[in-house]
Design a protein around this ligand. Sequence first.
Ligand code: NAD
Length: 735
Amino acid sequence: MTDFQYKKGDDGIATITWDCPEKSMNVMTFDGLAELDRHVDAALADDGVKGVIITSGKKDFAGGMDLNVLAGLRDQVKGNPAEGIFNGIMQMHTLLRKIELGGMDPKTQKGGKPFVAALPGTAAGIGFELPLACHRIIVADNPKAKLGLPEILVGLFPGAGGATRVPRKIGLMAAAPILMEGKMLAPAKMKAAGLIDDVVPADTLIAAAKEWINAAKDADLVKPWDAKGYKMPGGAPYTPSGLPMFVGASVMILAKTQGVYPAAKALLAAIYEGALVPFETALKIEARWFTKVMNTPSTAAMIRSLFVNKQALEKGAVRPDGVADQSVRKVGVLGAGMMGAGIGYVSALAGIEVVLIDATQDAADRGKAHAAGILDEGIKRKKVTDAKKAEVLARITAATDYAKLAGCDLIVEAVFEDPGVKAEVTKKADAVIPAECIFATNTSTLPITSLASASARPEQFIGIHFFSPVHKMNLVEIIKGAKTGNRAVAKALDFVRQIRKTPIVVNDARFFYANRCIIPYVNEGVMMVQQGVAPALIENAAKLVGMPLGPLQLSDETSIDLGVKIAKATKAALGNDYKNDEADEVLFKLFDEGRYGRKTNGGFYAYDDKGKRTGLWSGLAANWPQKAEQPSLEDVKMRLMMSQSLEAVRALEDGVLEDIREGDVGAVLGWGFAPWSGGPFSWLDILGAKQAVAIADHLSKTYGERFAAPALLREMAKKSETFYGRFGKQDKAAA
Ligand code: NAD
């Protein structure tokens, strides 16, 4: 198999075309790199070649490095993973540097051969770092193209020269959004940022590349950092203009990452240290930091959850075997409220025909108008065209008449959270839908098995639990009732694939998986308020462990009246087993005062007239005076992390979760569980079961039985096991 083809033209211009067989997107592997290396050598050695175009045989240039392959570098040198990684990375640097120098005489900087990257579309990661080593980057004016270096988003940084070349080319300030936030930009914006040279009509891409090669002079091939007197744009670290920038960047990174994401800090270190030394040394420094990051448990866990396992789940890792394709053609959505309207919108966007039913035509129309509103936002941001809006809306029929559900192959019910109302609409739909139609409910709290009893075909009944707002949240929790059959599971998974979200499949139990874990987190925070812990300590501790929102802010965002509703329903269901009176005292008090959170401009936080948070509400201290002696920051952090993680372990013990990959991916995507850790199971593995049990023992002795270590964790501690060691499936990347 060859990933790169080499062709020498009569005009003396060689073209290296990247075209990985049987893949829709090019990805780099070490075999591919070796091939590219051979072609570059061939071009440099051939006197008949005056220049080289590197392009793609596909509509895009490349998606980046195959992270599985990258992770595999650890095993290249037996017993020394760091050496394996460092050698592999240096191999990339050597090749890219060879391209960059183009065979020129190192003394005179003359006689080199021009290399032009001609990119037809998207170029990401090493797919953009390879062009950055070329002498010219020309990109097709492709409206779908996105260029950039998104590595930081999976816990890495651009380690094939990106961290060294980008700041040297455009300065630290301009490089920050590209390197530190992983922003992917359209060609025109990337040109404005100064990282690419030209944007041309797609059909003139190769001609433009040839034209540049034919006109290129020796001086055009010398990169700024290889030229005499080079100065870093905006200033190197020890210059009056550079120093404040580097100091500012450190502060910015710390504020953004709270120190828990090792890649961001390593990236800045690589840039800073690299800026003080010659280019070749800077590449070595970059490789050393990259090796260090690759070897931190956090990075390995992030790659495993956010890349390898997320993709595996999206590709059907847990789909039942032997069930034919269940792609949805026509979906009926019952209830056109906040969730139903969102579900209708994402389905129509994916090309599925939608019937959106509500009790009144007005309500159904409002649901469709919600979809129109989201599309209008897209038009404002130039992401959606008027034609696209019309096409998507044309797929949505808003109605009250259940007869319109005829021909649907999937129903998603999203009416009020009331078993009676749900049973009624289930029966009404059952009367008109085809025999093979699968019926799904979007309930967030009601058991699937009991809702299924309203259906004439419980084996075709399933939970498909979306998160709000539907068009933004990527996780979908699929819940199997006691009688749910394989075809229903496959249908739900195929539907989730069509709407391009990430599925997890869990079994039926109170709050399923995500809510089961996030509710104890919120409760723990609220309980601490009642116990006189400083609210700022609670919120900051959450941030310091990498939670995107503190429990009090999260409570305000999801609304306190919802919290009260859930508390009442849970109490009714659990009776004497319900133990949450301390948190409830606070929630009910806020509720009674009409402080429902963001939606009433008042909750745990105070808000100004425009709805902006202005700080924690002073009434908290008046109602629940802060104790003179506060718990340690470490204890507060651990209470917040363990409240979620121990619940995840219990969900695994109870069989609600069948696969820890789903537990980790679901946690990070569903409720933002400290992404740096890769999820609760990865986090417990990073701690080690022994340490986790010791923390749980301390917390349960000091703060209450809810922290008692689950038997499974205790057993694992005894046997020195890890979750991924014991339960992991195909998770080579982090092995
Ligand atoms: P909502 O109140 O915004 O919408 C419910 C809709 O159902 C309303 O438009 C209502 O008119 C309609 N409806 C009620 N009875 C009906 C009937 N007999 N026939 C047809 N339509 C009827 O509620 P929502 O927030 O969209 O929640 C809907 C479901 O989704 C609930 O089961 C809820 O638990 C679940 N859910 C909600 C969230 C969330 O964050 N809001 C998240 C996940 C799941």
